[in-house]
Write a protein that binds this ligand. Structure first.
Ligand SMILES: [Zn+2]
Ligand SMILES: [Zn+2]
Length: 352
């Protein structure tokens, strides 16, 4: 009889069942991981509710694991070693993949939890193509599993901010006080930006961030405060050196451009509504002020290594960001907790 494992299986969009399924076995070139922890993210919520389609029935891509077994021919990994998982798997052949920027794969990357079964299960497989690309990233034994789950989203923020010279900047404003806004802000701070402010429309959310004791210089309620006036006061009339849009609101991009100081940088971190992504803006503002606009799309190995270093060295205190932990059997409660702002959830982690 095949060995069984527990998994949160999506029967159809919106219908998730925690149930027993066959435990996968590693074929040649594959690695079987015991999932130590897997965090829920906003994208998972959209997938689970049916808003976003994926090819698999087990999702989850913010993963800390331990090697359980390796398939034939795998070298460099053996049972017992711990790792985090790089979500994105490229074609391995195109010019971007060849320089390990699989997140920009010219043949469209695949991803764990989207095209390959993810981490809301006791065990999961890293496919051969991922093993070969280095998608298992070793972590020290001292790194708590729940903190390891933050490496993936943190790496996305490291990647998105790679173009911004944070070490030289005086001020940065992050739109969005969710975990992604917070992680962007923490990367800006860890890289040496002197003052980082978080703007959000929810007083409840800003209150939670204040209670967590994060190293931010200011919190702004962008619903009740006229942000242009606030930025003018905060920066002595210069404007902010960087804006990161970490909320899916396209008007924040044009607003953010107007808030920038000369030679400022704006990063469009959040994906904007695919049905309506067009937003007119005065391009002369970019021209005369020498502004810089940047995109951000997932992450690859270099950004994971930097993110891991931030957390292990404690330049980013990941421990205080994990507000809730649930066993796999309480998966539904975890999903509800993450979706309900009144619970004070920032990062919710499943520990199978
Ligand atoms: Zn995620
Ligand atoms: Zn490629």
């Amino acid at each position: 009889m095949t060995k069984q494992m527990q998994a949160a299986v999506m029967r159809k969009p919106g219908v998730i069942e925690v149930t027993s399924v066959p435990c996968p076995e590693p074929k040649a070139g594959e690695v079987l991981l015991k999932v130590e922890a897997c965090a829920l993210c906003g994208t998972d919520q959209r997938v689970l509710s049916g808003e976003k389609a994926v090819d698999v029935s087990i999702v989850g891509h913010e993963i800390t694991g331990r090697v359980e077994a390796v398939g034939a021919g795998v070298t460099g990994w053996r049972a017992g070693q711990r790792c985090v998982v790089q979500t994105v798997i490229g074609c391995g052949r195109c010019p971007m993949c060849r320089v390990h920027r699989e997140n920009l794969c010219e043949n469209t990357f695949k991803a764990i939890g989207y095209q390959f079964d993810g981490g809301f299960a006791e065990y999961m497989i890293m496919p051969k193509v991922g093993v070969d690309q280095g998608c298992l990233i070793p972590i020290p034994d001292t790194l708590p599993a729940d903190q390891g789950t933050l490496i993936e989203p943190l790496s996305c923020c490291v990647n998105g901010m790679a173009y911004l010279p944070m070490e030289q900047l005086d001020s940065a404003l992050i739109f969005g006080g969710g975990i992604i806004g917070v992680l962007n802000g923490l990367v800006a701070h860890a890289r040496g930006c002197k003052r980082v402010a978080i703007a959000d429309v929810s007083e409840e959310r800003l209150g939670l961030l204040k209670r967590l004791g994060l190293p931010f210089a200011a919190y702004v309620n962008s619903r009740t405060t006229r942000i242009e006036d606030w930025v003018r006061d905060w920066t002595g009339g210069r404007g902010v050196d960087a804006v990161v849009v970490a909320a899916s609101v396209k008007a924040l991009v044009t607003q953010g451009i107007r808030l920038l100081a000369r030679a400022g940088h704006l990063s469009i971190f959040a994906g904007l509504p695919k049905s309506d992504p067009v937003e007119p803006t005065d391009l002369n503002v970019i021209h005369y002020r020498e502004l810089n606009l940047h995109g951000a799309n997932s992450s690859a190995i270099d950004a994971y290594r930097t993110a891991l270093d931030f957390v292990v060295s404690k330049r980013i205190d990941a421990g205080r960001l994990v507000t809730h932990r649930f066993p796999l059997s309480a998966f539904h409660e975890a999903v509800k907790t993450q979706a309900d702002p009144s619970t004070g959830a920032l990062k919710v982690v499943i520990v199978p």
